[in-house]
Design a binder for this molecule. Structure first.
Ligand code: ADQ
Length: 412
């Protein structure tokens, strides 16, 4: 049997308010992650590794660096009719930019019309994960349902950030769906967990087109897939659920455990980095059987400089990108290209984005420093309570210091 025609739509228009200041002038899917990637690279790698090579990426909010990244990184041969195309909001019909994710699709029905797919994958762009989407598409087709929603167990305390699913007795159909409830019940076998929608869907084309078209006529709708479209299809008995924990992705030495992380908050973003560098990384970026693709500028290899006095430049339990120069001490940290750590400086538990400079004898602990932040010689961050008085420094609930792009830290 010929494989079904599938179009993939990646929703990449989210604002990511809770990731401020990292989303100050870039869309959330363009936020750097893991040294050399951007968030959007994870969903696109999953789709491309799964063989889905017709992909439109709907962008909207502060889309400049996102569009540039996608165009540069994800250029594919169009000879076989394959593409990854960023579609910025302003090209769409009507005088207004789109409202929610359902409206974004409604405004782009022409792309669906051009391609005439039988099924449409609609995936978010904000998550760190590895997933073979073919297994979800196969279940969706076999079920004959209008939509299938991918789901994963999450702590019940996070229920108000997710669509919460109750499966029927078969485990594959959705009996109830509540978008971001404040009073979610835990699972019967695990009261502290809920079954959360991953914001990844596979639709029958006719179901999606009808649903977003009807929704567009409804003045009371927020035009949101999770808030409006999915609950309606659940009520019509048209929604299935795909259990992400069953997803198998190849990789040495056998199969990888299903890893999925929503990095919607600064603390989650930080924790996901720590997952990369733990002794047995929960998420293995080194799996060549299911690579995560990106584009790197041609930096020289990282170098570690010996000092005549004090410490010799070194990094332990860390990931260090090309173009990094370290003359101090780096522990439990992820360093993007072009970071410089000065003599005798100490960097511990940090995520340093491109071009950050840490001065001599400086100490930086438990911090996320956005691009080109400069920490002057001898400065201490993450050491004292008085960091709260610093300009352009955000302190998260977990006490992580986050410094906005381009800031040169100064004492108050
Ligand atoms: P949220 O992430 O809160 O919840 P939303 O803000 O709509 O929902 O973002 C979903 C995806 O769509 C993101 O990738 C975002 O970048 C993108 N997006 C949002 N508005 C867009 C627009 N107008 N145009 C293009 N892209 C847009 C959703 C679901 C929940 C589910 C969580 C999982 O609603 O049910 O549990 O995702 O994280």
């Amino acid at each position: 049997m010929a494989s079904p025609r599938v179009l993939a739509i990646v929703l990449a228009g989210g604002e990511g308010k809770r990731l401020m200041p990292l989303t100050g002038d870039r869309a959330k899917p363009a936020v750097p992650f893991g040294g050399i990637y951007r968030l959007v690279d994870f969903v696109l790698s999953n789709l491309v590794n799964g063989g889905y090579l017709k992909i439109v990426v709907l962008t909207q909010y502060k889309n400049h660096s996102l569009d540039r990244h996608i165009s540069r990184t994800w250029r594919m041969s169009t000879m076989l009719g394959n593409y990854v195309t960023p579609v910025p909001a302003q090209q769409r019909r009507g005088p207004h930019w789109f409202a929610g994710s359902a409206d974004a699709i409604f405004q782009n029905l022409n792309l669906i019309d051009d391609e005439q797919p039988e099924h449409i994958i609609v995936f978010g762009a904000d998550h760190i994960y590895r997933m073979d989407p073919r297994q979800m598409v196969a279940q969706h087709i076999e079920s004959g349902l209008g939509v299938t929603v991918a789901a994963v167990r999450q702590p019940r305390s996070l229920a108000d950030q997710f669509g919460v699913i109750t499966a029927d007795s078969s485990g594959t159909k959705i009996a109830q769906f509540q978008e971001k409830p404040t009073d979610a019940q835990g699972l019967p076998d695990s009261p502290d967990e809920i079954y959360a929608s991953m914001g990844n869907y596979v639709f029958k084309t006719s179901t999606l087109v009808r649903a977003v078209t009807e929704d567009a006529m409804d003045p009371t709708s927020r035009h949101d897939l999770g808030g409006n479209i999915i609950p309606k299809l659940v009520a019509q008995g048209q929604a299935g659920v795909y259990d992400f924990s069953r997803n198998e992705v190849p990789g040495p030495p056998g199969r990888e455990i299903a890893y999925w992380r929503d990095v919607g908050t600064l603390d989650a973003f930080y924790e996901a980095h720590m997952d990369l560098i733990s002794a047995n990384p929960a998420f293995n970026l080194y799996n060549r059987e299911w690579p995560i693709y990106t584009l790197q500028d041609p930096w020289p290899p990282a170098r570690f400089v010996g000092g005549t006095e004090g410490v010799t430049g070194h990094a332990v339990e860390s990931m260090v990108s090309d173009g990094v120069q370290v003359a101090g001490s780096v522990e439990r940290s992820v360093l993007s290209p072009g970071v410089v750590v000065g003599r005798n400086a100490r960097v511990e538990g940090c995520v340093l984005l491109d071009g950050v400079r840490i001065g001599q004898d400086a100490v930086v602990r438990n911090a996320i420093l956005d691009k080109n932040v400069v920490v002057p010689d001898g400065f201490q961050l993450g050491v004292h309570d008085k960091d709260a008085d610093l300009k352009r420094v955000t302190i998260t609930e977990d006490g992580i210091r986050v410094v906005a792009k381009g800031t040169t830290l100064e004492l108050p």
